[in-house]
Design a protein around this ligand. Structure first.
Ligand code: ZN
Length: 138
């Protein structure tokens, strides 16, 4: 687990300077809302030869929802589909408080503290739920 100050710094940085923000023309995408918090995220995926060639998002909402989407695009770009799904499973377990902040998650471990904030878990999972739905569409 990262020190809290460092975790907050990573989240703030991704909220203010989101990575992977934008749409991918003609690619599968899924939009999801988290009405409890007012978050909205659309995730776009471009799969090529069994890999996530590109992952992008658009959206607005709280820092956790937007930072988790930004971190997700960086963690998944270039990954094989199985590896991406395994990462999603590990991330989900961490956020739900059912698994460790596995180092394989990289900077995503900055969101480990969300597991203690039950109401915010949906914020941290929104982009990932959209991603999994978009992959199912592809
Ligand atoms: Zn939120």
């Amino acid at each position: 687990m990262l020190p809290e100050a460092l975790a907050r710094q990573i989240i703030t940085d991704h909220e203010r300077h989101p990575r992977g923000k934008g749409a991918i023309e003609g690619a599968p995408h899924v939009a999801l809302d988290n009405p409890g918090c007012g978050d909205h995220v659309t995730v776009w995926v471009r799969v090529e030869a069994g890999r996530l060639a590109e992952v992008c998002f658009t959206g607005r909402g709280c820092a956790i929802s937007q930072a988790s989407a930004s971190l997700m695009t960086g963690a998944l770009r270039g990954k094989g589909l199985e590896e991406a799904r395994a990462l999603a499973t590990r991330y989900r377990a961490m956020v739900m408080g059912e698994g460790p902040a596995d180092p394989v998650l990289g900077d995503l471990v900055a969101l480990a503290g969300v597991s203690r904030l039950h109401a915010r878990r949906k914020c941290a999972l929104l982009a990932w739920n959209a991603l999994e739905a978009a992959l199912a569409e592809d």
